[in-house]
Design a binder for this molecule. Structure first.
Ligand SMILES: [Zn+2]
Length: 91
């Protein structure tokens, strides 16, 4: 892939924003149909007792077409997963 190596991990770390807790926010990835595969900076205490709502997109706005494709993939994946569960149950 051309240009995929242009972003080194060190340059990403250097631009990491600080959240409301004062710590650097790691890049996380959304796996929901609203924003499939889109990356954002979120508090490192996200999902824990810490009530920090820090949120900042890392990726620029992706194309709507890209959303459609990933959303379909997620749906397919979900379908396969539940099918697999059914197969395991019936054994
Ligand atoms: Zn925080």
């Amino acid at each position: 892939m051309q240009g995929s190596s242009s972003i080194s991990s060190s340059s990403v770390n250097a631009s990491m924003p600080h959240c409301h807790c004062g710590v650097r926010s790691p890049i996380r990835t959304v796996w929901k149909c609203d924003y499939p595969g889109r990356r954002f900076y979120g508090c490192s205490g996200y999902g824990t007792n810490k009530r920090c709502s820090f949120f900042q997109w890392y990726d620029p706005d992706p194309l709507a077409r890209y959303f459609d494709v990933i959303c379909k993939l997620l749906e397919t994946n979900e379908g396969i997963r539940s099918e697999n569960m059914e197969l395991k149950k019936s054994r």
